[in-house]
Design a protein around this ligand. Sequence first.
Ligand code: MLT
Length: 311
Amino acid sequence: TLPLASLGARAETMARPITMIVPFAAGGPTDVLARIVAEYMRNAVGHPVIIENVTGASGTVAGLRASRAAPDGTTITIGHWGTHCLNGAIYQLQYDVREFAPIALIASGPQLIIGRPDLPAKNLKELIAWLKTNGDKATAGTAGPGSGAHVAGVFFQQLTATDFSFVPYRGAGPALNDLMAGHIDIMFDQASNSLPQVKSGTVKSFAVTASSRLASAPDIPTVDEAGLPGLYIAYWHGIWAPKGTPADIVSVLSKAVMAALAEPAVRQRFAELGQEIPPPDKQGPAALRDHQTAEIEKWWPIVKSANIKAD
Ligand code: MLT
């Protein structure tokens, strides 16, 4: 248990349940990571961390809600490359993706390029060829306009000179369900979402968007090996509090998240989902702030010059 007493009068606030806002649908990748961390944060804070899914517009509905929540440690939000980096370049927002108080950087993992189970292509080259001849009717599911799945798909289109339409969902979870049912053709999906289905053979995988294969799925070739060199996407997740949350409360929350990330059961689940947990000295508030800043510097110019729009 954390030294809540060190918070003095604020210990009372921290003794109330914490709500963690998840900006996408239940059952999707962000929700799954959030629920694992929340369950183990409970050990450290001594009471439940409740998940609230606030979906819509690629996480910006949740972003606004989280930005306006009381900065007292009772509301935190999980977010990622899309919500806390890309959205700032793509949407006209009533909040700034950089304004939140960072708590912890929790993990990073690649995407998988996947297809519906009966898609005729057997590998990435065949997929590209299939898309070239079926572009007028081919569809890619996304977690919303401007989401990481959409942005990765636009990069893919630009690299391969293919054209297909994007179908937005309220999260990658419902999109994956429609892929398995054959209602959409492909997805650029976080490995944490689709790895279980890839392993059980209910979706096809073509490549992992990284320079090395996943330890938990060594059969899936990298984009370099599969014929699309350099399409690297590292989908990182972090946890934030509203701006103005006092530093001592941020510190308690950060320690609770880091305690969860040190749990062997959490580490094993994350590894199975293709998620790499940063070393402890790269998890805390300063590390998350630095990582987000570096990602914004890297991606905003790319996204702006690719002219990716939310509509
Ligand atoms: C989700 O949980 O649905 C995803 O994190 C959305 C996404 O891929 O950006």
